[in-house]
Design a binder for this molecule. Structure first.
Ligand code: HPA
Length: 271
């Protein structure tokens, strides 16, 4: 708690103006949403005491505080992944710092592989549930100040926000998928049999992030809304020379970033 509080008080001192009420985690290739934030105050993670730095491809390492759709938001331009070697307490630290600053609604985004055969590159999916093969970030002594030992996970993603996102997409004439995010640790991509396995047990997309952040956010009672961008198709047979490539993933996410930005902005306006 002391580590979290000292980081939060550094960020709070840096912010001029109101404290953020909405947090946004920008996944691989989705950092451009930050360009829509008005009057941005940019705080590099490297300046914050005890804070990790993000090393993943397509991830800058900044908090951006400003106004989006009339609300004060704090965006993470670059997140932390378990595969970078950080313990889960560090992977999820920024979300808890956001909570201590006053954030009560969290938007998460990620690039993910489509394992539902109906999903194609560039499609967007509203996350309505998840399955995790990553270690649980709440393992260890419970931080009672933040939340209970055994937090409920019946509704990890807020049903009202999901409904609103559906309405926004309908109004815009966009078809969005709605499905289950399967999280594993990476950093190696999945084998064909692993992709099939994750699909068989109920996953629609697979990625290496997001779930730890959602768990700590739910632990402290934040509302969560999440979306995935499908950056590669991972159902069915792969061509003999097919390779998964991190750079292609970032490019595909980039291309879908403007649609995701629009949905996040309209949802934030409706809060
Ligand atoms: N697997 C895991 N993570 C990913 C993928 C994938 O196929 N695509 C983008 N992130």
């Amino acid at each position: 708690m002391d580590t979290l509080k000292s980081a939060a008080s550094y960020v709070a001192d840096f912010i001029s103006g109101p404290m953020p009420e909405v947090g946004i985690v920008l996944g691989s290739g989705l950092g451009s949403l930050a360009d829509s934030i008005e009057n941005p105050q940019v705080l590099p993670y490297s300046k914050i005491p005890n804070f990790p730095v993000s090393t993943a491809v397509g991830h800058k390492g900044n908090f951006i505080i400003g106004t989006l759709s009339g609300k004060t938001v704090i965006a993470m331009q670059g997140r932390f992944h378990y595969y970078e070697g950080y313990p889960m307490t560090i992977v999820t630290m920024a979300v808890r710092v956001m909570f201590l600053l006053g954030v009560r609604t969290l938007f998460v985004s990620n690039a993910a592989g489509g394992i539902n055969p109906e999903y194609h590159i560039g499609d967007l999916m509203i996350i309505n549930d998840h399955i995790s093969l990553q270690p649980n970030p709440l393992i260890g002594p419970n931080l009672d100040e933040l939340g209970p030992r055994f937090p409920d996970m019946t509704r990890p993603y807020d049903p009202a926000l999901i409904r609103k996102a559906r309405e926004i997409a309908n109004k815009l004439g966009w078809s969005l998928h709605e499905g289950v995010y399967f999280g594993d640790t990476g950093p190696s991509y999945e084998t064909p049999s692993e992709y099939r396995f994750y699909r068989t047990v109920g996953g629609d997309v697979v990625g290496m992030s997001t779930i730890p952040e959602v768990i700590v956010a739910r632990h402290c009672g934040m509302r969560v809304f999440g979306m995935s961008v499908v950056t590669n198709e991972a159902s069915g047979d792969f061509a003999e020379d097919y390779q998964n490539d991190g750079e292609d993933v970032v490019k595909a996410a980039d291309a879908a970033a403007s649609k995701l930005t629009r949905i996040f902005k309209e949802l934030i306006a409706s809060l």
